[in-house]
Ligand binder design. Structure first.
Ligand SMILES: Cc1cc2nc3c(=O)[nH]c(=O)nc-3n(C[C@H](O)[C@H](O)[C@H](O)COP(=O)(O)OP(=O)(O)OC[C@H]3O[C@@H](n4cnc5c(N)ncnc54)[C@H](O)[C@@H]3O)c2cc1C
Length: 368
């Protein structure tokens, strides 16, 4: 039998952006929190992301998801100010927005449809003519027919964000235990009693699962989450880009010191984190179609990460029926950086027994 080693009111599994922000907010609200991270915080999907914060819709997106995204976006400016005050880290919030560029006539027709359903969903967008686009972003291909400007979209440096969150959480008393793989969540009499970490029991009244793509691999957790691989790369061009540029194939995102983050592939191939020749070829050719002068940019870095995706593509959020004290905060798929602030707010509500103001039914863990 494993021995009982420690106890805390709340145990969080996973130190990505979701686990870190939940931990910080819970500790600020007066709870005793231990966060278990099998490696180091912020090194998995939350590091691989491009940091684009853009509530958008495919036209089929459920309204509660759009509302969740917009509510989370609205929390970012205050969050970054608070982090600057608390730990002195500037997480590089940019507000130029996203330009979704049409590169041929077919894409221009699709853009017109997209304008209509974004308007209907209440997501602020503006049409940008080809001439205006060239003035705004001279690096965009001369073939561009125009763009849709997501005027409220933001961009954050997600690597700095995770670093700042880990410092802020630590400062307010969160115990961050690194190199700590949680094997199982323990439940007795319909109630959570703790987690098992490397053969030792850690007692807890509440357990929050924020283990990203690995959330369904923990014994005692029934979460239909699978990894969707995304590859990215960093370029240093000789020209500047102000807005996040999006094509119908991928992103060119302004980062630190004139660098551009290029992403991302979407590959449903299991727990494979290799950077591949095919992935790089696709990213580079899509990016050069959007901004041809990238041809001569310096290739600085490549990476791959695993987005946590549920079977219906929506996040899994909230209390688990029949396991009192167990909360899910996972499966944020392509928008986990964007959705982190609202996820943490919801988790604090649930821990403190409040009913969230938003419609969260579509995200309930027992919907599958
Ligand atoms: C290429 C790419 C581009 C992206 N771009 C964007 C973007 O522009 N905007 C956006 O909003 N989102 C983006 N995303 C999605 C976003 O990165 C994810 O949705 C988000 O990072 C998920 O955060 P997380 O904390 O749930 O997962 P993770 O960051 O993966 O963290 C989970 C953590 O749990 C730990 N863990 C797992 N199992 C255990 C265990 N048993 N015990 C202890 N610890 C465990 C892991 O080590 C990891 O640190 C992108 C993702 C990729 C891959």
């Amino acid at each position: 039998m494993p021995t009982q080693s420690h106890h805390s009111e709340i145990a969080i599994i996973g130190g990505g952006v979701i686990g870190l922000l939940c931990a910080w907010r819970l500790a600020q609200a007066g709870h005793a929190v231990t966060l278990f991270e099998r490696g180091e915080p912020g090194q998995e999907s939350s590091r691989a992301a491009l940091g684009v914060l853009n509530p958008s819709t495919s036209g089929q997106t459920p309204f509660p998801y759009i509302h969740l995204s917009q509510a989370s976006l609205a929390l970012f400016p205050a969050l970054v100010d608070e982090l600057k005050d608390e730990v002195g880290i500037e997480v590089g919030l940019r507000d130029e927005g996203v330009l979704l560029v049409a590169l041929d006539d077919d894409e221009a027709a699709t853009l017109a449809e997209e304008m209509a359903y974004h308007d209907a969903a209440g997501i602020p967008v503006a049409h940008v003519s080809a001439t205006e686009l060239r003035q705004l972003e001279p690096a965009v291909s001369p073939a561009a027919r125009g763009a849709m400007h997501f005027t409220s979209a933001l961009r954050v440096d997600n690597i700095r964000l995770c670093h700042a969150l880990a410092l802020a959480a630590h400062k307010v008393g969160v115990q961050i235990v690194t190199g700590a793989l949680v094997n199982s969540v323990q439940v007795s009499g319909g109630k959570v009693t703790g987690v098992q970490v490397g053969g030792r029991n850690h007692g807890a009244e509440k357990v929050i699962v924020a283990a990203g793509s690995w959330s369904g691999t923990i014994a005692g957790i029934d979460a239909p989450v699978r990894p969707i691989k995304g590859q990215g790369l960093l370029l240093k061009p000789s020209f500047a880009v102000a807005h996040v540029l999006e094509s119908f194939a991928g992103y060119v995102t302004p980062g630190r010191d004139g660098h551009l983050l290029i992403g991302a592939t979407v590959e449903d191939i299991g727990y494979d984190q290799r950077v591949t020749a095919a992935g790089m070829q696709k990213l580079l050719s899509d990016a050069m179609r959007l901004a041809p002068d990238l041809y001569n940019a310096t290739l600085v870095r490549t990476w791959a990460g695993l987005r946590p995706c549920s079977v219906d593509g929506l996040p899994i959020l909230g209390p688990v029926a029949g396991k009192n004290g167990l909360l899910m905060a996972t499966a944020h798929f392509r928008n986990g950086i964007l959705l982190a602030p609202i996820t943490a707010q919801l988790v604090v509500d649930w821990v403190q027994g409040r009913t969230p103001a938003l419609d969260v039914k579509p995200f309930a863990p027992d919907r599958f």
